[in-house]
Ligand binder design. Structure first.
Ligand code: AMP
Length: 425
């Protein structure tokens, strides 16, 4: 029987890769918590309706990519394809805004989309993100863009290109929609099937066409449809970014084709990512979403970044810190009668805060020491018959290949000294 394989489009996280993953998550938490964002978590599955309404039925994500199933009670549930709708639902339902406004929250976790798997695009992937919920202010858009930028920079990824645009408010977009329809209708025969449908359902998404970029190249720009108020809001965002020392590229073709998006939209691009997948992530202001989900109208802004893509770029740029070894010291019994003493010494060392593997298996000391090397340990503590009899242990420096005997009372200090000793050159 062949061994069972992982499902297509998924990744396993094994020990050698997990420290990079943890580094990324810890860096994200540290950076966004320095802005006052606090961790939240929401379910991995939600009522399908949350995403139909919250992401939009005319999007590729909802039309083609959701993992939807019926539970035993006949309810339609969906594995979350993105984090914002669920986090907003959680914050609103938990009445978090009654205490502080805006609520600043961050999240991290797996998302699910059944896209065609390819490099940097999976069925299960991870995102980290923040949401700032409860106020509309250009300063908050700037804060969110800056927090994401500081996080990416803290990962050592220089040369991030921040693309920004304004989608205006509902009226601006209505004007823009009409301008788009006037432009696209005469071209209808030349459009791909998807775009002909978009023409009817969601004209803004015509600009996202991945099959033929030519029609979009000459299409009207949303920036030309902005009212004076919306244009002034966007100017405030841009000057806020300048004041924060953040270079951003104006991209009037960056759109998010849903009604509840408003004003600021942005993406973080990195040159080392190819083509349509050059975005590490993005976000924007989504003032209409809470209402679409049935809550009181509540402005909000946020971003989501793809963990696999960030790690891909960090690996390419060699900014990932080396994995720490599995342990600092290995405690080895020489023969089975010393196993219990070795276990006790390992416990003492762990209580003193050291990372310690116990090797009390019935196998040769040579093998145990080779295994200790492979674990990356710097010290081995060896308990043989003599040591056990005399209340001693041998502390071996695995880097310098020296060793000495110490009384068990001085073991912690001796192991610490060995760990602190300079590595032989
Ligand atoms: P989106 O919610 O589509 O704007 O996605 C935000 C970010 O999540 C993207 O820029 C990617 O970094 C990441 N992402 C989205 N879909 C996938 C996927 N299928 N596989 C891996 N990463 C993804």
């Amino acid at each position: 029987m062949p061994p069972i394989a992982a499902p297509r489009g998924t990744n396993d996280l094994l020990p050698d890769a997990s420290s990079a993953w943890r580094w990324l998550h810890e860096t994200h938490a540290r950076v966004v918590e320095s802005f006052g964002y606090r961790l939240v978590d929401s379910p991995i599955f939600e009522h399908t309706e949350l995403f139909e309404r919250g992401v939009g039925t005319s999007t590729d994500v909802v039309e083609k990519q959701m993992y939807t199933f019926t539970d035993r009670g006949g309810r339609s549930l969906t594995l979350r394809p993105e984090g914002t709708a669920g986090v907003l639902r959680a914050v609103m339902a938990g009445n978090a805004l009654a205490e502080v406004r805006p609520a600043r929250v961050h999240y991290a976790g797996p998302m699910f989309r059944s896209e065609r798997p390819q490099k940097g695009r999976y069925h299960q992937f991870q995102q980290v993100g923040i949401e700032c919920i409860g106020e509309r202010a250009a300063e908050l858009d700037v804060e969110v863009i800056e927090a994401g930028w500081r996080f990416i920079t803290a990962l050592g990824l220089a040369d991030v290109d921040i693309q920004v645009n304004s989608l205006g408010d509902l009226e601006d977009r209505q004007r823009f929609r009409e301008a788009l329809l006037a432009y696209y209708r005469p071209l209808a025969d030349r459009l791909c099937d998807d775009c002909r449908r978009r023409l009817e359902v969601n004209p803004l998404r015509l600009l996202d066409c991945k099959r033929d970029a030519a029609p979009a190249a000459a299409a009207p720009l949303i920036t030309d449809s902005l009212s004076a108020t919306s244009a002034a809001y966007f100017d405030d965002v841009l000057s806020g970014l300048r004041a924060a020392g953040i270079a951003a590229t104006l991209n009037p073709r960056l759109v998010r084709g849903l009604d509840y998006y408003a004003h600021t939209a942005f993406e973080y691009w990195h040159g080392s990512l190819q083509g349509s997948q050059n975005a590490l992530g993005g976000g924007g202001r989504y003032d209409g979403l809470a209402e679409v989900l049935g809550f009181a109208s509540t402005p909000a802004t946020g971003y989501a970044l793809g963990v696999e893509r960030l790690l891909l770029v960090a690996r390419q740029m060699a900014t990932v810190p080396p994995s720490p070894p599995a342990c600092e010291a290995v405690v080895c019994s020489v023969e089975p009668p010393q196993a219990a003493i070795a276990a006790d010494l390992a416990r003492q060392l762990r209580e003193a805060g050291l990372r310690v593997v116990l090797d009390a298996l019935d196998r040769k000391l040579d093998r145990k020491l080779r295994a200790a090397d492979r674990l990356g340990a710097s010290a081995a503590v060896i308990v043989g018959e003599d040591e056990a009899r005399d209340g001693m242990a041998t502390v071996r420096d695995l880097r310098q290949r020296t060793q000495r005997r110490v009384g068990v009372a001085g073991l912690v200090a001796a192991v610490r000294a060995t760990l602190a000793s300079p590595v032989a050159g």
